[in-house]
Write a protein that binds this ligand. Structure first.
Ligand code: 6PG
Length: 230
């Protein structure tokens, strides 16, 4: 696990963008593709804009496949749908073809949406292990990540990989999310965590590895933290 702390959010974002592009170049060179899991929320918007603008001509974006690590169970044209934010800030500006985009079909009920999404990803990986090349994650002030919130049915350890429908009481809403096991199979994982209000959760996660109380601590492996707590 490596932590990179920056004085400003733009500095953190530019550094993370560079990291993603370098990983993408290496993957595309060795295996002809790059499987990138996007995160929702507000933190990644600037990152997506920079990738779509400054790095538009840097790599062969046609070799990149895009996924979302979690989704709110709202219509795909709803302002809270993470896939819409990804389309507006990254996928549309880069003219990414639909066959390279894997989003959650929220016209299905939550359980069916989770099953359908998992089935499409299994097919993409040709029924082999689902090991994304790069997974982006945010973190909330309660140390949740993706839609793995404390006390929810998906917040478990030592389980097999899954994509689950999870009802989040505190939000009174359904989410569809990768579980920690699936996330941890990613070759690289990068958190982007910005804001004073997240420092306490960050500190708890760092000092309590693999603790259900702090879901982001369940994320293990080749993990990078890009932070700015000023
Ligand atoms: C979501 C995200 C969620 C997010 C954190 C941080 O669907 O909202 O996947 O896990 O990353 O809540 O959100 P911000 O970046 O907006 O602080």
């Amino acid at each position: 696990m490596q932590t990179f702390s920056f004085n400003t959010t733009p500095d953190a974002i530019h550094s993370l963008a560079k990291h993603i592009i370098e990983s993408a170049k290496a993957c595309i060179e060795t295996k002809g593709s790059f499987n990138l899991v996007l995160t929702g929320g507000n933190s990644p918007k600037m990152l997506y804009n920079i990738l779509a603008d400054q790095y538009k001509n840097e790599i062969n974006w046609e070799a990149v496949y895009f996924f979302i690590g979690d989704e709110r169970h709202v219509p795909s044209n709803h302002k809270d749908y993470n896939g819409l934010m990804a389309r507006e800030n990254l996928l549309n500006p880069l003219n990414i073809k639909e066959e390279n985009i894997f989003l959650v079909n929220t016209s299905l009920n939550p359980q069916e949406a989770a099953e359908d999404y998992y089935a499409r990803i299994v097919k993409h990986f040709n029924q082999a292990i689902i090991n994304f090349d790069f997974t982006l994650l945010g973190m909330g002030t309660d140390a949740h990540t993706a839609s793995i919130f404390p006390g929810t049915s998906i917040c478990k350890i030592n389980t097999k990989e899954s994509i689950e429908a999870v009802f989040v009481e505190k939000l009174n809403s359904w989410r569809i999310s990768f579980n920690a096991t699936l996330i941890n199979q990613s070759k690289e994982i990068a958190f982007l965590v910005f804001g004073k209000d997240k420092l306490e959760a960050f500190t708890s996660v760092q000092s309590h590895p693999n603790q259900l109380e702090y879901p982001a601590s369940l994320i293990q492996g080749n993990v990078f933290w890009y932070t700015n707590f000023n």
